[in-house]
Design a protein around this ligand. Structure first.
Ligand code: NAP
Length: 305
């Protein structure tokens, strides 16, 4: 049996589907076990309880592989990057106690304990925990992940649909190399068979400068929105205003600085096959049609029966 954290979330959902399609039995651990379960009786859900390791060990027992997606996009309420790292440590030690043999961990390109950006530093600290936990492990580091349930690309498209101009931070010449979420799921499952300690980037076949990326989306949507260059500081201010209006955090400063520092690219050969430009043509009617809220997804989610 395989455990996938966050099977009702974004990347975890695709890893789960990929495993189910190959006849694997899957259980999930999630923040919201009462969210609609797209897999029905095929996937049993359990709740993360980092304060109760015995319970967590029980959720993990019987599985051989843990696919870990657990992380936060930004600190909020009592949950900080530091506490998310501590929770990850609890999860990994419970995995060891439960007899898990291998952890496949979803990280991010250029994660590093030395990063000045707290998001990337926390991801580096998660990776460092793996090396200490005594289990076999593989690390998969995606760039920007596109797919139907994605938040960032969707909300870029939402802005393009709703505003006459799109804020291009700085010169717009920094690069991104987006990877398809289904490609990422395949790469993660393949990584479960790699020698322990292997780090693999998950990288799409196309790379764009950010201004090219925005222009491509504008063209695909048939929008009259115009990219306008603004300073990063003004960009963050604009993002905060929109965030206030929609009750969300549109873009974090770590995301902006990571993007502008070319952290969402890789020098590895692409292992993703889906081209963003092709995917965009197929999904242009739905992309950005509604705003995707991280806050609603994780903090204000309520079941409506
Ligand atoms: N999305 C991207 O473009 C991208 C790019 C590079 C790397 N990554 C990495 O890929 C991994 C998965 O990302 P994802 O986009 O698929 O995330 P996700 O579905 O939003 O979350 C993954 C897991 O973390 C839990 N989680 C997220 N935010 C939380 C919060 N504030 N409080 C408590 N639990 C929280 C989720 O809870 P639920 O079970 O309730 O959903 C889920 O179990 C992360 O480690 C991320 O760093 C993502």
């Amino acid at each position: 049996m395989k455990i996938v954290t966050g099977a009702f979330g974004y990347i975890g959902r695709y890893i789960t589907q990929y495993l189910l399609d190959r006849g694997e039995e899957v259980r999930t651990i999630t923040t919201h076990p009462d969210k609609p379960n797209p897999f029905g009786h095929l996937v049993k859900s359990c709740k993360y309880d980092f304060e109760n390791p015995e319970m967590l060990i029980g959720h993990l027992r019987g599985a051989d592989t843990l696919y870990n997606t657990y992380w936060i996009r930004f600190p909020r309420d009592h949950l900080t990057f530091e506490s998310a790292v501590r929770n990850t440590e609890v999860l990994f030690s419970c995995a060891s106690a439960a007899g898990i043999r291998r952890i496949v961990h979803i990280s991010v390109t250029t994660a590093s304990v030395d990063s000045p950006l707290p998001y990337y530093r926390g991801k580096g600290e998660q990776e460092a925990l793996l090396a200490k936990c005594g289990l076999d492990y593989s690390i998969v580091r995606p760039t920007l992940v596109f797919g139907k349930e994605d938040i960032l690309v969707n909300n870029i498209a939402w802005l393009i649909r709703h505003f006459p101009f799109f804020p291009l931070f700085g010169d717009g010449k920094y690069k991104i190399q987006p990877v398809d979420v289904q490609d990422l799921a395949r790469i993660a499952v393949e990584a479960s068979r790699f020698p322990t300690g292997t780090i693999t980037d998950a990288v799409g076949p196309e790379s764009f400068t950010f201004d090219q990326f925005v222009a491509l989306i504008i063209e695909a949507l048939g929008s009259r929105c115009r990219p306008v260059r603004i300073s990063p500081t003004l960009g963050i201010g604009f993002g905060k205003l929109i965030g206030l209006a929609v009750g969300d955090i549109l873009l974090t400063s770590d995301e902006l600085r990571g993007l502008m520092s070319n952290l969402l690219i890789s020098d590895q050969n692409p292992n993703g096959v889906v081209r963003f430009s092709e995917w965009l043509k197929e999904h242009r009617d739905l992309l950005g049609a509604t705003y995707s809220s991280e806050v609603r997804r994780h903090f204000r989610w309520r079941r409506v029966d």
